[in-house]
Design a binder for this molecule. Structure first.
Ligand code: PLP
Length: 368
């Protein structure tokens, strides 16, 4: 079996799984129970919170754990926008559906601008500058794109927003965390989100990290747990396991990226002259964790062709890959319908081997 769909999800790390099992066995008490067992769980929760903050270098942010990044992105967007009756939201044409569709649902109430994607996979910072106004309440721009692996210039975006204090910056950091070392400071971002299963953590847990004191309108009502934003009992084991995954993988970001870059280049060199293939991922400002290309067959047909050789890749975002729609990020960048219908994404890990890539290429070469 050759798994090349690591941007969709990663296998849980053995040590992380052990942590999960240990915590769920030994610290099962509810963190809000007043008795000793509950207080022990609560202590562990606070230790985990502080450890994550320390790893990410944030000192004045709160962390709310959610079921996944989809929920965290929804909380960030509605949490800010529901405070207003009107205003302007700026996002991009390539956001993950959990951002894109959330913002789309607000079009009847707010002015929404979707920034273009240039041929190099970047947003146009001049367009962002032009669109910013005193009415802007939210700017939501992803750090690393899940389809192409392109990395946006968050540092410059932070600087542009400095002149607009009303505008809050939300960054979907899901495909960036543990894949690329940030050249910006997380402390400068109002709200950002992550998902543990993208960095060998458990599924069923993600997070919203936001500036302390930022007024976020709650979606859910109940207890006062998790800063009033996510009431209800949470699974402490998922949180401690996430912390474990970050402890293991965050410090290895550069080492793993250097290896993955070699894997990316190896595949790139092997397919670049194949006349059946057009490569969509640009070569600059990328994470190297994804290589997107279009083949002269439908993306789905290709997936099933490779499946016969036990090779697993994706047509794009796992959440929308069942829909036979052109891939919106590829379309936004290329303006080529055919190319975006036939695009597929191969995504890598430090676990990927060169011989796996050889087998993928062998299978791709069988397509006529
Ligand atoms: N944002 C990005 C960029 C993603 O790639 C994904 C998942 O693929 C998500 C958000 C949603 O993450 P989750 O599966 O945890 O809801």
């Amino acid at each position: 079996m050759i798994y090349l769909d690591y941007c969709a999800t990663t296998p849980i790390d053995k040590e992380v799984l052990d942590t999960y099992v240990k915590v769920s066995t030994n610290f099962f008490a509810n963190t809000s129970s007043l008795h000793k067992l509950g207080q022990e769980s609560n202590y562990m929760y606070n230790v985990a919170l502080n450890e994550i903050k320390e790893i990410l270098g944030v000192n004045k942010h709160n962390i709310v754990f959610t079921s996944n990044a989809t929920e965290a992105n929804n909380n960030a967007i509605f949490g800010i926008c529901n405070k207003y009756e009107s205003g302007k939201i700026i996002t991009t044409k390539m956001e993950h559906p959990s951002v894109y569709e959330s913002i789309k649902s607000l079009e009847n109430k707010f002015e929404v601008v979707y920034l273009d994607i240039l041929k190099n996979g970047q947003i146009d910072l001049e367009q962002l500058k032009k669109e910013m106004s005193k009415d802007t309440i939210l700017v939501s721009i992803m750090w690393v794109n899940n389809i192409l692996g392109t990395v946006q210039n968050i540092k410059d975006i932070i600087n542009i927003l400095k002149n607009y204090p009303k505008a809050k910056l939300h960054v979907d950091a899901v495909q960036g965390l543990c894949k690329i070392v940030p050249d910006f400071n997380f402390n400068d971002i109002d709200l950002f989100t992550f998902s543990s299963h993208k960095f060998y953590g458990p599924k069923g847990v993600g997070g919203l990290i936001y500036k302390e004191g930022l007024d976020i309108k709650r979606i859910l009502f109940g207890s006062s747990a998790q800063f009033n934003l996510k009431p209800g009992t949470f699974d402490l084991s998922l949180i401690v396991a996430t912390t474990k995954a970050l402890k293991i993988y965050f410090p290895k970001t550069n080492e793993h990226r250097e290896y993955v870059k070699k894997i990316f280049e190896y595949l790139y060199d092997k397919i670049k002259d194949n006349t059946n293939i057009i490569i969509n991922t640009p070569l600059d400002n990328i994470s190297y964790y994804a290589l997107n290309f279009s083949v002269n067959v439908n993306g789905e047909t290709l997936i099933h062709h490779l499946e016969k050789d036990e090779i697993y890749i994706s047509t794009g975002s796992a959440c929308s890959s069942k829909l036979k729609k052109p891939e919106k990020t590829v379309f936004a960048m290329t303006n080529d319908l055919e190319r975006s219908l036939k695009s597929v994404r191969v995504s890598f890990s430090h676990l990927t081997t060169f011989s796996e890539i050889d087998k993928l290429v062998e299978s791709l070469n069988k397509i006529r």
